[in-house]
Design a binder for this molecule. Sequence first.
Ligand code: AHR
Length: 499
Amino acid sequence: MKAIINTDASNTISKIDNRIYGSFIEQLGRAVYTGIYQPAHSEADEEGFRKDVIKAVKSLHVPLIRYPGGNFLSQYKWEDGIGPKDQRPTRLDIAWRELETNQFGLHEFMHWSKKVGAVPNMAVNLGTRGIQEAADLVEYCNFPSGTKLSDLRVKNGDPKPFAIKTWCLGNEMDGPWEIGTKTASEYAHLANETAKAMKQVDDSIELVACGSSSLDNPTFGTWEETVLDECYDNVDYLSLHRYYGYYGDDDPTELDNFLAKNEDLDQFISGVVAMCDAVQARKRSSKQINLSFDEWNVWYHSNDADTKIKPWQVGPHLLEDVYNFEDALLVGSLLMTLLKHADRVKIACLAQLVNVIAPIMTDTDGGVWLQSIYYPFMQMATYGHGVVLNSSVDVPTYNSRQFKNVPLMDSVTIYNKDANELIVFAENKSQRENADLSINPTGFDIDHIVEATQFYGYDVKADNRDGKMAIRPLTSVELTGENISAKLEPLSWNMIRMA
Ligand code: AHR
């Protein structure tokens, strides 16, 4: 198969907001306890954070981390996680039916996120709590000092304000599973009043309102419209959540369908953008609402195992999906799809980061291992900076069970002016054919290949528990004049950096 990418420096989609490479830590399962925080582990630092995990997170180059949930959020009291650890209460986490010891809380998260080089995307509980508790949390975190709550932060060891900029107004408030789920109009009113109060405390913050927690929720569409109608002037982003699974092991063509699920993500984003813009037009507003895709990933492997977990444990093995090679290919395509919407998707969070549906896993008594999905994400988060180009891509397409006209090679082209680099991420979705790729760049001064890599050659069901998966050099890449050619193996993830 032939694949041609024609790309022109003057034809751009958008500058990339680096927060599109964000992730998520929820107080759930082993994300925190025996994940990022394990004081008794040989790798623990002076604050109890695992240094091996910090190293793996830093190598992933995640710039923003959402916290503390997730479903956990909608029943959480942030005050339980501050102050002397021996005085913090153990509580029932009634969202996940775990025990929460609160040994890790707000200050620990702020210290840990600094150590991994990320900024927080903090969330306030609008399930069981409301306006006052949210405003109190902003005061505690962001007010310099001289008030009861800001002085309490100082007393608890952090004299400088946390200066948290981005805040989520609740989590999945449309979901029937959520503690304190709301109708669209109930949520819209509470979110708007909470937004007003939080911005009264600190008018430099920006706020994310809950959109639909899935494209499949029956209220999708009317939810967005109702929420934006009421909150438009006081919020900055609308959230989207979406998880994908592989549901058809007995069907030999299901892999083609699974690898095309980024088409669904694309439609979801386009639909929500259209809804935001319809409300903007109706309101005759000059303000544009952007998107925070603050939960996305593959999630299905652990579903059965999770039904067998005994309730009321600390740090149970919940949502521990072990990802295989086909998952890595889909995650690559999903992130490319987010980038192709970089004009509107300003924040996105791979859900999640450690142990819970995560690229990074820990052995409680051992080390860290990296899942298959770590690799495409890490390459894009490390090198995918600058502007996304509006390239024209000429490639054959295929039809799958759910999707029509799916390009056999998915790609995104990025120009990093600061590094003077043109970067192509490309995935060959064909199970049988090579993609003979030609890249024709116009308006760039390219004279060498900085790096070309390929991730391929694994059984689609293979995972990385043995740690053998690796990114290898792409040896077939050639530069002739300004034109670049490369042979992309069937089912391969590729990165070509040129300068
Ligand atoms: O990320 C796991 C869960 O998925 C989150 O707690 C929730 O927001 C979503 O349903």
